[in-house]
Design a protein around this ligand. Structure first.
Ligand code: ADP
Ligand code: MG
Length: 431
């Protein structure tokens, strides 16, 4: 499943209205009855216009017939929801064009987009349910009784809402995270961080400093009541900033360069120490930028200690494996971090996000879904011939994904211009 924008330019204003009507109907009907679609789309041309749009949308895979449906109707597909979200971002001038896909996370697609001034941004499309829920038959309770939409839509939207709320709260507190720009449905627009993930970095001049910085980031989050929950080498981007020293002597402050002589970096990996050599006397500061927040948990969570330790250990084992660096300082330990929560006037971000309209039930639903998705991934990775290095996770796609040709434009470089209908077709945006 990936975003396919090829049909975008061919949709008429009527098609958009009908698509929005299916989305609206989806709130109360898993299978939106065709007469209801007609009613909700309020097209001047009446039923025949609606039917024309329905067949165009169905052909494009934006809506689909439900298997074994008892009456004539349609449901929204992931593709349909993608289009609606893009349309909202476009009409708010956050996105003008869609470029290539930069990453396929396990729970998301990451696209480069640009606004009408050509400023590049990141569009993150949440895909909870990309990996079929059918594979884990236990643990399905939370999927029951979801009105209408089918849980993938509800859960992916929750993931985007939660991630956006946390990104905003963290940003306000001065944490190094991308700037959240907009959220619509299951998608987020944020600024593009021009930096590779830690995963792609084969060696750094001074692992101890970077390690200390990352640990202090974990502790700073804890002080604000939060645990990232997935603090790993994929979710930490490493920005390189050049600071030219004032005196030549200052440029080489005697720090021991720890080169990783044993690893066999892939071609994509970046040797930051070599770059430093090339740049001569300039000093390079590595600034970590944290991303990926749907799984964040409170320091008060019942499994907080496990999540905290897991984040710490992730960094420890990565530094050991990649940079052969082991800190001489033990910990940090959860019990010590717990004592710092809210200290020195640190704002409790867990509480402020919980107060921002995210109900306990929403958090629980999302948490259960993320846990289930992770279990499924682990099971699949354990079973498959995965070397653990692949960014591309070929999960079993949900039933929405039946066009079979979405990978065609893999690696495309060109930008597709989004066509926005002149009339405001979407009056029922649900953001
Ligand atoms: P997932 O939840 O699927 O893991 P992430 O938010 O971690 O998604 O993003 C996946 C990858 O996409 C990251 O590892 C990173 O390479 C890239 N990415 C995500 N957000 C940004 C951003 N704002 N700027 C640059 N690259 C990003
Ligand atoms: Mg990630």
């Amino acid at each position: 499943m990936k975003l396919d924008t090829r049909v975008l330019r061919h949709l008429t204003a009527e098609d958009w209205r009908v698509l929005a009507a299916v989305e609206q109907g989806t709130k109360n009907h898993e299978n939106v009855p065709t007469p209801l679609i007609e009613k909700l789309s309020r097209l001047k041309g009446g039923a025949s216009g609606v039917h024309k749009s329905i067949s165009a949308l169905a052909k494009a895979g934006l809506i689909a017939k439900l298997k074994d449906a008892k009456y004539d109707g349609y449901r929204l597909t992931y593709g349909g929801l993608d289009y609606l979200a893009l349309h909202t971002h476009a009409s708010r001038k956050h996105v003008y064009s869609v470029g290539s896909r930069v990453g396929v996370g396990k729970e998301s697609d990451i696209m480069i987009v640009a606004d009408d001034k050509g400023t590049q941004k990141i569009l993150k499309i949440h895909r909870l349910g990309r990996i079929s829920f059918r594979t884990v038959k236990s643990n399905r309770d939370y999927l029951k009784n979801k009105s209408g939409s089918g849980s993938w839509m509800y859960l992916s939207r929750l993931a985007a809402m939660k991630e956006f709320a946390f990104m905003q709260a963290l940003r306000e507190e001065g944490f190094p995270v991308p700037e959240p720009i907009a959220q619509s449905r299951h998608t987020i627009v944020m600024n593009l961080i021009d930096a590779p993930p830690l995963r792609q970095i084969s060696s750094v001049p001074d692992p101890a400093t970077l390690y200390a910085e990352l640990i202090s980031l974990i502790l700073r989050l804890a002080k604000h009541g939060l645990i990232h929950g997935d603090f790993n080498e994929f979710n930490i981007l490493i920005k390189e900033t050049n600071t030219t020293p004032t005196t030549p002597a200052a440029s080489n402050s005697g720090e021991v360069e720890t080169k990783n002589k044993h690893s066999q970096p892939s071609q994509q990996e970046t040797k930051l120490d070599q770059q430093e050599e090339r740049k001569g006397e300039a000093e390079i500061t590595l600034v970590p930028v944290l991303i990926d927040f749907p799984q964040m948990v409170s320091m008060e969570h019942q499994n907080a200690e496990m999540y905290f330790d897991r984040d710490v250990n992730c960094i420890k084992s990565f530094f050991k494996k990649r940079f052969h660096f082991v800190s001489t300082v033990p910990g940090p330990f959860f019990k010590d971090a717990k004592k710092t929560v809210g200290k020195d006037g640190a704002k409790r971000l867990d509480a402020s996000v919980a107060a921002s309209g995210f109900t306990k039930k929403m958090l629980k639903d999302l948490e259960a879904a993320i846990r289930e998705q992770q279990q499924t991934i682990e099971e699949k990775e354990a079973g498959a011939d995965s070397d653990g290095d692949s960014d591309e996770f070929k999960g079993e796609d949900s039933e929405e994904d039946d066009d079979g040709e979405r990978d065609e434009d893999e690696g495309q470089e060109s930008l597709n211009v989004l066509v926005i209908p002149s009339s405001s077709a979407l009056e029922n945006e649900d953001i």
